[in-house]
Write a protein that binds this ligand. Structure first.
Ligand code: HEC
Ligand code: HEC
Length: 413
């Protein structure tokens, strides 16, 4: 049994098959488990979440031909939760974007119909309405366009034709009735995308300790988090890409950068060379498959633009509620926020296309802790208890992996 808000696949992922398993490490795993079990959802007396974005801001980011209404968002929610959308009735949008897990899953990469595992980590859909383009490589321009793509991807929801999906929903009276009420016509593919997008525009982060700190300097952040904020904008150089815009404080420049994540553990030179030699497709459906099913996935933005400076470049993700959406990066290769900050501290992974902004930072261990603590302060207050538990879990997991590494280092090959 798991407390609401947490799932069994939140167990530290990489621990199972490891070579070494010293007793101290076992204790840490147990500890991590125990901490997780303590997490409880906010009680009934909790204050309602404070919105981060005004109705005006939301409206200005919403296309004029798809205004948000309660009924439309509700229909979108119904579609989002509907497993009958997938070829074998096993997968809904919320299978990979689970509301109980910050609208993602705590697995490295996503698992779709027939237990097929894709190449990319499922991002949260929270705040997705504010991205200039969707997916890690920006291959979809709008939420409306993006929304129906997973349904037709062979390893996500596995449907062959839009008309098959429309026929499925048209056979379910609740959907027939809801489409008629919202759009004034029968179930159809385009309106499905619109309803899903409208629903997604209602899923937003809410006020976090960082925001309270901005309103009233003292109480929002503790000393470590305040040092972390200074490092984030200063020595850590994070705002070079995770820009801070007070009007839209989500921390992304909405651009694509090669940080070297994709260069990890592979001959990136070779892949880039093969890609340069091969003229890759411009067909959107084919690009979707390359991104989710093949090793070309790691080429990132290049799949879309075919420009060599985009090789291995991925979208700078928003950082709101980031504590809850691990593992991190487009391939889920970094398990905890400590691993992420260490990654940037090392200047990323060297490769011929590394972004010029990526440089070793020389952060001390306590500065790394400060940055992680700052990142946790971007977690909405409505997840306050989850936040504490997840931070403890990540810390235990990070220390475990470091202990294993140190031991391997000392014992030698
Ligand atoms: C099998 C798991 C899976 C299913 C099912 C799934 N998604 Fe996703 N979703 C992903 C993955 C993985 C990505 C990232 C893919 C990429 O960037 O190449 C993603 C990306 C997205 C994004 C882009 C977010 C961003 O930051 O750019 C949105 C929005 C989204 N999905 C919505 C949906 C909707 C709506 C559905 C249902 C129609 C759905 N997803 C079904 C796994 C899934
Ligand atoms: C050169 C631009 C750049 C800089 C500088 C940078 N980031 Fe990032 N960040 C990115 C990109 C791009 C990704 C996604 C990379 C990928 O998935 O391959 C990312 C991913 C992340 C993630 C993972 C988010 C998720 O949902 O998976 C976190 C956390 C993060 N960065 C924090 C930081 C911090 C903290 C710093 C400063 C120490 C920093 N970044 C500096 C561009 C940058």
């Amino acid at each position: 049994m798991h407390p609401p808000g947490l799932s069994s696949d939140m167990m530290p992922v990489a621990i199972s098959g490891d070579k070494m398993n010293p007793p101290s490490v076992r204790v840490m795993i147990l500890l991590a488990g125990a901490v997780r079990m303590c997490a409880q959802p906010l009680g009934p007396g909790a204050a309602p979440p404070v919105p981060l974005f005004s109705a005006d801001v939301i409206r200005s980011f919403t296309p004029a031909d798809n205004p948000i209404t309660d009924a439309k968002a509700k229909l979108g929610d119904m579609i989002f939760d509907e497993k009958r959308l997938s070829a074998d009735n096993s997968v809904a949008c919320n299978t990979c974007h689970s509301p109980r897990n910050g609208f993602t899953t705590h697995t490295k990469t996503a698992r779709g119909v027939g237990d097929q595992i894709g190449k990319r980590n499922a991002p949260s859909i929270l705040n997705a309405m504010f991205y200039k383009s969707l997916f890690w490589d920006g291959r979809a321009a709008t939420l409306e366009e993006q929304a129906t793509m997973p349904i037709l991807n062979p390893i996500e929801m596995g449907q062959k034709e839009p008309k098959d999906v429309v026929a499925r929903l048209a056979a379910i009276p609740e959907f027939v009735e809801a489409f008629q009420r919202v759009f004034g016509r029968p179930v159809n593919w385009e309106d499905m995308g619109k309803a899903l997008a409208a629903f997604e525009r209602t899923r937003l982060s809410t006020e976090a300790p960082f925001d309270r700190f901005l309103h009233d300097n003292e109480n929002g952040l503790n000393a470590s988090q305040r040092r972390g904020w200074a490092l984030f904008t200063g020595k850590g150089r994070c705002t070079n890409c995770h820009t801070y815009d007070p009007a839209l404080p989500l921390f992304s420049d909405n651009r694509f950068h090669n940080t070297g994540v994709a260069a990890r553990g592979r001959d990136f030179n070779q892949l880039a060379k093969r890609a340069a030699e091969r003229s890759l497709t411009n067909n959107k459906t084919e690009i979707d498959k390359l991104a989710l099913e093949t090793d070309y996935s790691d080429l990132g933005r290049f799949l879309v633009t075919k420009k060599s400076e985009d090789i291995g470049a991925f979208k700078t993700p928003f950082l709101r509620d980031v504590l809850l959406t691990g593992p991190y990066m487009h391939d889920g290769s970094l398990e905890t926020l400590w691993d992420v900050v260490e990654f940037f501290n090392d200047g990323g992974n060297q490769n011929p296309f590394l972004d010029a902004e990526m440089k070793p930072l020389g952060l001390t261990e306590s500065e790394v802790d400060d940055l992680v603590n700052f990142l946790t302060a971007l977690t909405s207050d409505r997840f306050a208890e989850l936040r504490a538990a997840e931070l403890d879990r990540q810390h235990a997991s990070y220390l475990y992996h470091r202990a294993v590494q140190d031991q391997a280092h000392h014992t030698g090959p």
